[in-house]
Design a binder for this molecule. Sequence first.
Ligand SMILES: [Mn+2]
Length: 267
Amino acid sequence: LVGIPYDGTSSYCPGSRFGPDALRMASDSLETYDPLFGYDLADIPLGDAGNMCVSFGDPKSVVDHIRAQVKGIMGEYPECRFLFIGGEHLISLPAVSCLRDKYHDLMVIQFDAHADLRDEYAGERLSHATVMRRIVDVVGGMNVYQFGARSGTREEFMFGTHTTHFYPFGLNMLSEAAREIRGKPVYLTVDLDILDPSCMPGVGNQEPGGPHFEVLEKALLSLKGIHLVGADIVELCPLRDSNGISAVAAAKMARQILMLLYDAQSG
Ligand SMILES: [Mn+2]
């Protein structure tokens, strides 16, 4: 587990730099056993590398700096699989690009209320709002599966429809996609704003109308059996979290994704 506390391009509510520590603190209130996934974290070899040091300012140099650190830690622990905790969504780009160097047929699954497919946002090509477009540049559109987009520009929805495996408004096509990519290395990026703000208020850009936690955890469970090689959870913004509900939901999701990573590695 590695925290990447960067929120430099946040356009609405900044504060996801505090996400990794809020998630860790909330995790203290949770059991290590997950009855739905059938694993106990206590039985899983797991380490927390703490938070990465991130620079601020020009997103290009920030991304390069994060990329160098991800590459460094992957080189130091080649047997490990990583769950990155954001931070804003841009942190997925350096993580995916490092994993793509290791796995040349890397697939990316995204859960997100937004398509994040803009080519630029406010004049910036590297942003939380463009991150999936940049990931398409890295891995190719046909290796990207996008679920749950319910907000964006007409151009983004057109681009997604023509370029990626684009499944807006929900997660019901997920198990079919999971069957399609069985055996291929997969990176999962979860933008917490996929969830309805009533159960996930603590995000940088709340978007009404998403699934509740129970739907999302069942979707995650349906990914058991895929070759998951890395993942991230992004956009947890504790400053907007009304009562700790978002941090504890994010922590529970982290527990489940760690179990998926372990299951993929050991099973
Ligand atoms: Mn996003």
